[in-house]
Write a protein that binds this ligand. Sequence first.
Ligand code: GLN
Length: 452
Amino acid sequence: AHLDRIAAVDGAVHAFLHVSAHEALATAADVDARRAAGEDLHALAGVPIAVKDVVVTKGLPTTAGSKILEGWVPPYDATLVERIKAAGLPILGKTNMDEFAMGSSTEHSAYGNTHNPWDLDRIPGGSGGGSAAAVAAFEAPLAIGTDTGGSIRQPGAVTGTVGVKPTYGSVSRYGLIAMASSLDQAGPVTRTVLDSALLHELIGGHDPLDSTSIPEPLPPLVEAARQGATGDLTGVRVGVIRELQGEGYQPGVLARFHESLDLLRAAGAEIVEVSCPHFEYALGAYYLIMPSEASSNLAKFDGMRFGLRVVPEDNPTAERVMAATRGQGFGDEVKRRIILGTYALSAGYYDAYYGSAQKVRTLIQRDFDAAFAQADVLVSPTAPTTAFKLGEKLDDPLAMYLNDVATIPANLAGVPGLSLPNGLDDGLPVGFQVLAPAKADDRLYRVGAALE
Ligand code: GLN
């Protein structure tokens, strides 16, 4: 049914870069046979899933939305893909994204835009617009995204889906094509909070192949979602972040946010206001740390090892092959960030830019520590506006970067965040963000399910 739905609507939505119909049907048949034989299967066995194209999948093309990886077929699976396969979830295909996960609208994909199913003239968010649009358009009931600065949560907000960025280290990064290794985290994109909890428990937990993987087990996420679904939040302290509302936020987004605060109050939660004074520097710090790490991570795309190789006719030395391949293979936004990152890391500027940004990162972590001393969870709108029109911000990188003002602090601090649908403004979805302390992802699910 989902493959039929993809065939019917993906021409208009363009959520998928590759549909793996044959493999998905084979997995579904295998699960049916195992179920018929009385095998005890995972709760999600047989439920199809779409995977963002930045996650490597053995035998399925993986491009990260870039021309430089066109035609590359990975020889191995990411750990999270191994876990998905072992549990018997048919993989429907790979979803569109901004090139190397750099963007907030999926317009930086080298393979064309994805359209927001709510209004095809609008962006589906980014970088994981394909995963969010696939779930919103009923092409897939579940999807995997990755979130370095908001790429799961902001697409979730503007497509009316649930998206979770787990605690840093809670889901293995082995097999994710790295953008900024200290910020990247994979997580679920779904239609309900409980579905996210089920998927998060499946893909999460320790992995010896990721050196930053947290050794202890995940807190009980499904149980927390079930508890939250009773609608009782008595005794839960909810901190409203003073700095993440007001100027720059669309009035309808703020109106929906305050309505949800009333719902939380009605569920028995205690609402307090907290201040995170350094959040105003988060975007600035992110746009130094992320390009610095990306410039280093993307050095491996050299025309020798993966995908595209461009050989100039004249004097094709290794260095000239590398320059020609990178010149043709990377898009403008990727080049912009590589240049910014190499500049910020260069001798003489390192302390002034990268060093200062790292200090700001520590201050943001301390803001979170102080806020979580006063509240069990923190809340804000996920994104300052609803989905904007395709093309509207494409020529203005700074306007594009501002979409992530409310999501980036969590990545800088490594804490988990969830975005869930928060009604509509002028017919377009609004997102509500819940943040919790590191390793307390269960709180996201309790509060999220209570609001749903
Ligand atoms: N939109 C942000 C950026 O462009 C975040 C991207 C992401 O989380 N992958 O960097």
